[in-house]
Write a new protein. Structure first.
Length: 142
């Protein structure tokens, strides 16, 4: 009789939590070790951040003592190649206008939206609409 091991793929959130726990660190300790904001670590562990910028991935890999590829393999592909750019632009404008209860163009679930406030090199305020689907991998990140 053959014994088969069924390996369920971990999420990025599960991986980070388990590696952090194995190293005996709190989320705050990991944030400090990686030179990242605690809120970002909390968002990653809550499954809210599904795709990481390269610099964050590098810091996290160093702090968790793992390879970049281990983290990258667990990230979600958030490409919106099946969603018309015009729809994405319309969603961005609706987010900036403060509209609530927006619907994901991929799966028709509720979008979680926010407006990121950033400053350019000349200290001008820049507003960037952000959204992620509550059910699928759809995201608006830029």
């Amino acid at each position: 009789m053959a014994l088969y091991l069924i390996m369920e793929k971990k999420s990025l959130a599960q991986f980070v939590q388990q590696k952090r726990d194995h190293l005996g660190m709190s989320p705050r300790g990991l944030a400090k070790k990686c030179h990242l904001e605690l809120s970002l670590i909390e968002q990653i562990e809550a499954g809210q951040e599904l795709f990481l910028p390269t610099t964050v991935r590098q810091s996290l890999a160093k702090g968790l003592r793992c390879s970049l590829q281990e983290i990258k393999d667990l990230e979600k592909d958030f490409e919106n190649k099946f969603v018309d750019e015009e729809i994405i632009e319309d969603l961005k404008q609706m987010i900036l206008a403060g509209e609530k209860d927006l619907i994901c163009p991929k799966c028709k679930s509720l979008l979680v939206t926010r407006i990121a406030k950033m400053y350019d090199l000349e200290d001008n305020l820049m507003l960037h609409p952000k959204a992620r689907c509550s059910k699928c991998v759809f995201q608006i990140k830029d």
